[in-house]
Design a protein around this ligand. Structure first.
Ligand SMILES: [Cu+2]
Length: 336
C-alpha cells in the first residue's frame, strides 16, 4: 500500500464516523461477551498514557525554556529533596497501577474460566492451516459456532508454535506442540469474522487465515449435519479435493506442477520418484497412503522431511478419497 493510499483510506474511515457494527476507529466490532471489558481497559490505559505523555512533555518543554542557561547567570545547586512531591508521584502511580491490575486480573480470570456447559471444539494448528474438529468427528477449515452459547477451544499444534487470534472476540492464545491450551468465548452477533495466526510460524504464516462463522439460533446444528455428510454426498474425487484443501495439503503441495515445500501433486500418480536414500519408487495407492500416515518412512530426494503425519487425524475413507483425487486426471484436479 502506498502512503497516499493509506492516507486516503484513513480519511475515508474518519469521514464515515463511528459505526457500532463495524467497531470503532481502531477497534474491530465487539462480538463476544468479554469484548466490552477488554476495550474498556484498553481505552483506560490509553487515556492514562496520553494524559501523562502530554503532562510530562509540556512540563519538560516549559522547564527547558524557563530554566535555560543565560548569559551572566550562575547555575544554582538543586535542592536535594522534596518529600511532599516524592510521596505524590509515588502514591498516584501506585493507585493507578493497582486499578489496572485489578481490572486486568478480573478480566483474565473471566477469560480463563470457561462455563461448565461450553460447547467444545478441538483445534489443530499446523503449517499453515487451522483445522477445527467438531464433537461428531467432522473437521472444517473454518470455525463455525452457534451464537449466544459459550464455546471452548482445546488447541494443539502439529509442528511449531502458532497463535489463534480472533480480533472481533478479543481473544488470542498460543497453540503449542506437545501440550493443550484452551480459550473460550461466547459470540453475541451472527456474522463472519476473521481468524488469524498471530505467531510467526514460517514461510506461509501470512496465509494461515480462517473465518469464524457465527450462526443464528438453530442454524449451527443444521450446518454441522449437512457439512459432516460430505463423504456420502460428494464423489470421492470431490471429497478428496475438499480434504486436500481443508486439511492443509495444498499449503505444501501445488496442483500446477510447481514445487512448494513439498513436491507438486500434479500427475503424481504413477510417477517415478527418486528418493533421498538413493532408491526409486513408483507412486501407487499404497505409497500415497504411507506418505500420509508415515511421511518420513520414505522421503523424496530434494525435499526436507517436514510433512506432519496424519496418523489418527484422517479416517481411512478420507485417505481413500484423497488418493482418488490425486489419481484423477489433471483437469479434475485443477477445477476449483
Ligand atoms: Cu501459524
Amino acid at each position: 500500500m502506498t502512503a497516499l493510499n493509506f492516507v486516503g483510506l484513513l480519511l475515508a474511515r474518519i469521514a464515515m464516523g463511528p459505526d457500532p457494527d463495524d467497531g470503532s476507529f481502531w477497534m474491530p466490532p465487539q462480538v463476544s461477551t468479554v469484548a466490552r471489558s477488554v476495550d474498556w481497559l484498553f481505552n483506560f490505559i490509553l487515556a492514562i498514557s496520553v494524559f501523562f505523555f502530554i503532562l510530562i512533555v509540556v512540563v519538560m518543554v516549559v522547564f527547558v525554556i524557563k530554566y535555560r542557561r543565560r548569559e551572566g547567570q550562575q547555575a544554582q545547586s538543586s535542592p536535594s529533596h522534596n518529600t511532599a512531591l516524592e510521596i505524590t508521584w509515588t502514591v498516584i502511580p501506585v493507585i493507578i497501577v493497582i486499578v489496572i491490575f485489578f481490572f486486568g486480573f478480573k478480566g483474565y480470570l473471566d477469560m480463563a474460566t470457561p462455563p461448565a456447559n461450553a460447547y467444545e471444539i478441538l483445534v489443530e494448528g499446523q503449517k499453515w492451516k487451522w483445522s477445527f474438529n467438531y464433537p461428531n468427528g467432522y473437521v472444517d477449515e473454518n470455525l463455525h459456532v452457534p451464537v449466544d452459547r459459550p464455546v471452548r477451544l482445546v488447541m494443539s499444534s502439529a509442528d511449531v508454535i502458532h497463535s489463534l487470534y480472533v480480533p472481533a472476540f478479543r481473544i488470542k492464545q498460543d497453540v503449542v506442540p506437545g501440550r493443550y491450551t484452551k480459550v473460550w468465548f461466547e459470540a453475541t452477533e451472527p456474522g463472519e469474522y476473521d481468524l488469524f495466526c498471530a505467531e510467526y510460524c514460517g514461510t506461509s504464516h501470512s496465509d494461515m487465515l480462517a473465518h469464524v462463522i457465527v450462526h443464528p439460533p438453530g442454524e449451527f446444528e443444521i450446518w454441522l449435519e449437512k457439512a459432516s455428510n460430505f463423504l456420502e454426498t460428494m464423489t470421492p474425487v470431490d471429497a478428496g479435493r475438499k480434504l486436500f484443501q481443508v486439511r492443509g495439503c495444498q499449503q505444501c503441495h501445488s496442483m500446477d506442477g510447481s514445487a512448494k515445500t513439498g513436491p507438486t501433486m500434479l500427475g503424481v500418480f504413477g510417477r517415478t520418484e527418486n528418493m533421498a536414500d538413493g532408491g526409486t519408487i513408483t507412486v501407487d495407492e499404497n505409497y500415497i497412503r504411507e506418505s500420509i500416515l508415515e511421511p518420513n518412512a520414505r522421503v523424496v530426494a530434494g525435499f526436507e522431511p517436514v510433512m506432519p503425519t496424519y496418523q489418527g487425524r484422517l479416517k481411512d475413507a478420507e485417505i481413500m478419497a484423497i488418493i482418488e483425487y490425486l489419481k484423477a486426471p489433471a483437469g479434475a484436479s485443477q477445477e476449483e
